[in-house]
Design a protein around this ligand. Sequence first.
Ligand SMILES: NC(=O)c1ccc[n+]([C@@H]2O[C@H](COP(=O)([O-])OP(=O)(O)OC[C@H]3O[C@@H](n4cnc5c(N)ncnc54)[C@H](O)[C@@H]3O)[C@@H](O)[C@H]2O)c1
Length: 379
Amino acid sequence: MTTQTPLKFGIIGAGAIAQTHAQVFELSSQAQLIGVADIRPEAAKAMAESSRCKSYTSYQKMAEELTDLDAVIICTPPTTHPEIALYFIHRGVHVLCEKPFSIDLESAETMYEAARKNGVLLTMASKFRYVTDVIKAKSIVQSGILGDLVLFENAFTARVDMGSRWNANPVLSGGGVLIDNGTHSVDVMRYFLGPLAEIQVVEGKRIQGLAVEDTVRIFTKSTQGVVGNIDLSWSINKELDYFIRIYGSNGTISVGWKESKYRQASSQDWVVFGNGYSKVQSFLSQLDNFAQAIRGEAQLLITAEDAIASVEAINAAYESLRQNHWTSISHLSENLALRQAEASPKAQLNNKTTAPSPSHGASPSSGNGTPKSLAGAGK
Ligand SMILES: NC(=O)c1ccc[n+]([C@@H]2O[C@H](COP(=O)([O-])OP(=O)(O)OC[C@H]3O[C@@H](n4cnc5c(N)ncnc54)[C@H](O)[C@@H]3O)[C@@H](O)[C@H]2O)c1
């Protein structure tokens, strides 16, 4: 437990997901929420009241008044992410940007380069990587007890009426369920299996009559040859008790909503290793990991390169949907990671996907590591 002064944070966008981000500040000893900005004054005010902090009707006003902000969490619709992220990056403020990082690779790269030049941490919020069971599952997979990995399965399906939300407006969202839930899927698949090589997407029947897809099935393949099968929908619920299942030549592992377990082929018995998904736990681990990384006490679990890789995978997924065939995934993210590692041996530490300690979420201590995963310059 740290005795350091909590880092000062702001939230931009006081809508649905911001509620959970705000909630976990109450539980964190690493970070403190000091301001909330939203173009809807009543939303900003309500969150500021319950979080006992200041409210603003624009992020610029918040930044101008709260000059001691260390970091912000961007919780606005996707197309606004680059503009807001760049504004804070140029002010030397660290940025945790909700997924999807951005809706196009060009702006993702611009954000990346700006963060590197300004010496701030830039990362993407994608809660599933911070789930304790996901982190434990990665350790089990890495131990090799499941043998050669063959198949990765993931599903994020739930009936959600998107008709009146920005998610259904491609100008604001960049697409439908594929970019919305799919960003989590490709991030978590990369976490377990490394880089993805190619992808094919098949769209399901549009139930909600939206301008964007509401059900897709994704086939993908990692560079190591593991096949991924991912189902995403806002219109059906597959009623599965798990959200990740990985099949290996010697066993199967299942990360569930309420229980996580694995079974080796040599045994009839499942070994339970966790209690499943907790939103609060994952958001708190995410916040603490970000704060500790800012202090140079931890590696970011999701680096800016990981964020770019998710944009690359989703880009290729849409290309596949348009072309109706398998599509290669570009690997700019790996070149950036390589360049970063060459430029700074310390940064190499931050680009490793080491599994953090499940006992305290995603917070591996890296001793006196650099406080900036992207650059040497200090804030
Ligand atoms: N990690 C998750 O599990 C998860 C879940 C839901 C949403 N998200 C992501 O979080 C982001 C927000 O989604 P949401 O569901 O909370 O949306 P929302 O519509 O509920 O909230 C967005 C808020 O941003 C505000 N806003 C819009 N433009 C703004 C601007 N320029 N400046 C300040 N405020 C602005 C809106 O007024 C609104 O209050 C999206 O990127 C979404 O993909 C992540």
